[in-house]
Write a protein that binds this ligand. Sequence first.
Ligand SMILES: Nc1ncnc2c1ncn2[C@@H]1O[C@H](COP(=O)(O)OP(=O)(O)OP(=O)(O)O)[C@@H](O)[C@H]1O
Length: 658
Amino acid sequence: MSSAGPPIQSKRLGVYRIVTEKYSVNNQWSKKASQGLRTLLRLTNDIYDTAGPGSFFLMLVLTVWVDVFDRTVGLHLVGRVLAVIEEGLKAGRVDGTTLAWAVALRTVGLGLTTGLGYWGARLRMKMDSRFEAKMQEFVLKTKLATDLTGVSSNLSTSQAADQISYSAFIQILRALTVSLGTALQLGYVFRLVRSTGHGPILAFVCLAHPVLEFLMQPTLWTISHIVEAMDPHYLRMNSLRGLGEAKYRQDILMGDVVGYVLREFRRSVRLLGDTDVGQSYVQYERMGYSSHLALKIAKELPMLYYAAIAILNPGAFNLSTLATLHQSESLLSRMFVEIVFYVQHGAPRLASVQTVYDLEKSVHEMQDGDLAYTPHEKGMSFELKNVSFSYPGTTAKALKDVSLSIKPGQLVVIVGSNGSGKSTIIKLLTRLYDATCGSILIDGQDIKDYKVADLRKAMASLTQDHHLYPLSLGENIGLGNPARVGDLEMIRDAARLGGAEGVIGKMTDGLGTVLEWPRGLQWNNVGKGNKAVDPELKAAVGNMKKQVAVSGGERQRLVASRTFMRFTSGAVKLVCVDEPSSNLDPQAEWQLFDNLRRVREAKTMIFVTHRFGHLTKRADVILCMKEGTIVESGTHEELVEMGGEYCRMFDIQAKAFD
Ligand SMILES: Nc1ncnc2c1ncn2[C@@H]1O[C@H](COP(=O)(O)OP(=O)(O)OP(=O)(O)O)[C@@H](O)[C@H]1O
């Protein structure tokens, strides 16, 4: 069956289960190779574009020089020096001029090669950074454009994207250049021993060890695999070890469970016994005794060969040829190992480059429409007809056959128990997801017909899910209206309406404060108990660690300010507010809703809330949800009179004040 992937095999090693694909030469091979070639061509082209023709060709020439010519030419020059010395030793007098020339040539060659190698490495480093930045931009662009459905279905791809670098290209290139260098080196060995007829045997003797090592040494790095810790005692040990983390400290101390945790840890260690917990990679690569022995013998083959020649055919080689051959042999063996390394590491990298390129194919799971959205002057209207919805990758229905209509400018409040589908309705109305069944109309037209970007411009949302960006507080608010992100006056106004004035005032850098500056801070050997450490260094780390932090309520105020900033575009026709006040104190909550109410004009407003109060009383329509359906709808008075689900929830809250 062509659709089936390669068969897999599973192996238990120590505490791990290791699942790998079984290698088989099948028709997938040529498909993979041609795909790899296409990726390599695209990658080469991209690198060429980023580096420019000058740097690109210079890098090629330098790499080819170092890998192809240098080693052979270098060996030849060393051989010449040794030959002159040998002749001198035989004759009892060394020809000083010839020797000086040979040594000078070798020295110049060495200097030249070192210089070119250094230059090449610098050039590669520069190209590496430039290309890395270009790929990061590509990945960022595709990630930013990916819709929510795409995000959930492409999780692994986006993880792979972070590991990309142009080293894939360099490794494939070096595999090619080192192969070429090896061929040249072999040619040189053949030429050297042509007269003796030992060329092929010598080549075999030189390559036996690396080839055997390649064939016999199992390795996990280069094959698709899954490693899973299986041993229940090992898993429990790790869980218990995890309880040492700072986040559990309060629970552990207050719960008085230290003794229990330590006792259980010791018990797990006892039950685990001597089961190997070493790294899965190391366990996988461990070889049996006979394989080890075979490899050791293969390594000694050249020495055995020279000894045999010395006994059987003493005149076959002179000393300098032997010395050069000995160098060749170790060089060839090293080069073979290099080829294997570059191929083995280059091929998976190339595959991960492909996954990055594939990102652009899967950006939009949702189809964009082509109709421009012309806003209704009073606000957006909605019509949901028999809408059902399941989140991507799930089968459970978050919404079941929901039908409703919202008129322009209405204030709608959605209430209902946890998990009843309130937030999901908002996500469909703002087209973060498409309904699985049924249809949604905006201003009488199918939501899918509109250009998504147009719709988003006309929408503002404020939920608990919003995060602060790792940018300045000013940008965090200003990005509500990207066109005015630098307008400090507007930002301050928005901060006042969102209740964030106080938070910003507290910060030394005001609107310029960055909360989570990704500094990649690392330190080592400067912690407590290390007496040798300079106290100033310790203090410096202590100071560095301080990140500016805000409380949950302060974060919500900043996020709310961003929403108020969004209104400054004048294009917003729908405001969705999904329980943003859980961390706000009653005064702040009242202020937030009051400020939102003040900007209500020409906007449809939809609120999701668990609290019954001024919002529900002012609502034009309340939708009461239960288990993915709308069970009741109407005004507060109508629903209370109905005496159903809404009335029951309202009574529970009202009783608290009796
Ligand atoms: N991203 C998601 N992936 C899968 N299922 C989800 C996702 N988000 C919500 N659900 C499920 O969809 C159902 C409706 O969730 P929704 O968030 O709309 O409820 P809610 O009424 O807003 O709840 P709450 O009052 O707790 O905020 C729940 O069963 C929930 O588990």
